[in-house]
Design a binder for this molecule. Structure first.
Ligand code: PLP
Length: 396
């Protein structure tokens, strides 16, 4: 009798729908050739990191004291690194942060886990807006808290405020937002953020405790045609920011990100300590030393993300011409059209028969839709269009 933690066994055994499709795509590619599989399943950036990343890493590897470079850093991250980051964020958002506002993490995933573990006690609730990144529920439950899902506003993928009002209870500890959004590509407008902060201010007051806003922003820089992404700490003083360079610098495998804890949050020192304590209890020790330094040195850069807008325009216009209903993404490299039948899983299965790999929306808490990840070579989109057309024809 092993008596293992069954929940962990399940998480470790069942692949996510996205991973399942990705693996299917690899198998199919071996069978019929990669050029005949239109894999839009996974959010792995398709453009390389800028040359400066490799150059900086090589320079550090050849010139820095290896004992320092490969040694432990402070648990919250190297002080020089955090100071460079504060300068970069201050330049871009006209803020006045210091090194002490940053906690370095292994990607946004660890940043979020530090937030949930640091803020939540057992039984606390965390509000999540559909459609959402599926790992949120895993992370929230892992912290002993309860995810509360607010159904999607499928007209514009902003926020359904009536549904939000109903979801907030005296147990609400935090609300997480992700804009630009995976999977819809929506960017929350300043008006949406203003309204959200008013609701959170009022509810915090009503219940007599702080409700935190966690802004998960790994796609912050990937926005189209000059769209402005509101900087949430400007709107709501109890905002924590979770960031990562996985998407903007095309470094998902290097696992580098941070939690930004603005000094404006209630009881800043306690909150920062809770984030650091969560990192300690989760055994994160410190984020990888080399890439802390590389990311901080290149913090003002992005990879060449222009292909995502080219892909968005091509796919959006083509799908709309074929009769698909798609809300135009403001950023990211995802779009979230309506499935042509209510059962999005059945629809994605029918797409598979055309070698089109798209992810059912139910996994994102928003049935009746499918996610298309267009972080792929533009040529793959061009070649896939007849398959999207043939799929649409099945429903005419
Ligand atoms: N949050 C969102 C919305 C994401 O889409 C992802 C990754 O796809 C993450 C967090 C996790 O990012 P990271 O790879 O930096 O852990």
């Amino acid at each position: 009798m092993l008596n293992l933690n069954e929940k962990m066994v399940t998480l470790g055994t069942q692949r996510s729908v996205i991973r399942e499709l990705f693996e299917f795509g690899k198998m199919k590619a071996a069978e019929i050739g990669a050029e005949n599989v239109f894999d839009f399943s996974i959010g792995n950036p398709s453009v390389p990191a800028p040359a400066s990343i490799n150059e900086t890493a090589v320079k550090m590897l050849s010139e820095m004291d290896p004992v320092l470079l490969h040694g432990y850093t402070s648990a919250q991250g190297d002080a020089g690194v955090r100071s460079l980051l504060a300068d970069s964020v201050n330049r871009r958002f006209h803020t006045a942060y210091t090194a002490d506002n940053f906690y370095m993490s292994t990607g946004a995933a660890a940043a979020l886990c530090c937030c949930f573990h640091g803020l939540c006690n057992r039984g606390d609730e965390v509000i999540i807006f559909a459609p959402y990144f599926p790992e949120y529920t895993v992370f929230v439950e892992g912290a002993g808290a309860k995810p509360v899902i607010v159904p999607a506003d499928t007209e514009a993928f902003q926020i359904d405020f009536d549904a939000l009002e109903q979801a907030i209870t005296p147990n609400t500890k935090a609300v997480i937002v992700n804009s630009p959004n995976n999977p819809s590509g929506a960017v929350y407008s300043a008006e949406t953020i203003q309204k959200l902060s008013s609701v959170l201010e009022a509810k915090s007051k009503q219940y007599g405790h702080t409700i935190f806003l966690i802004s998960d922003e790994p796609y912050r820089e990937i926005v189209f045609s000059g769209i402005n992404v509101p900087f949430l700490p400007d709107y709501y003083h109890n905002t924590l920011v979770s960031y990562s360079w996985s998407k903007s610098l095309s470094l998902p495998g290097e696992r580098m990100g941070y939690v930004l804890v603005p000094a404006s949050v209630d009881d800043f020192a306690q909150v920062y300590a809770a984030i650091a304590g969560a990192g300690r209890s989760l055994g994160y020790v410190n984020a990888p030393s080399l890439f802390q330094r590389v990311c901080a040195a290149c913090a003002d850069e992005t990879s060449d993300i222009s292909v995502y807008e080219t892909n968005k325009n091509l796919l959006l216009n083509s799908l709309r011409e074929m009769g698909y209903h798609v809300v135009e993404p403001g950023g990211t490299f995802y779009m979230f059209p309506r499935s042509l039948e209510q059962d999005d899983t059945a629809f994605a299965e029918r797409a598979k028969a055309h070698n089109l790999l798209i992810v059912p929306g139910c996994g994102f808490g928003c049935p009746g839709h499918v996610r298309i990840s267009y972080c792929v070579p533009t040529e793959r989109i061009e070649k896939s269009l007849p398959a999207f057309e043939a799929l649409a024809n099945e429903y005419r």
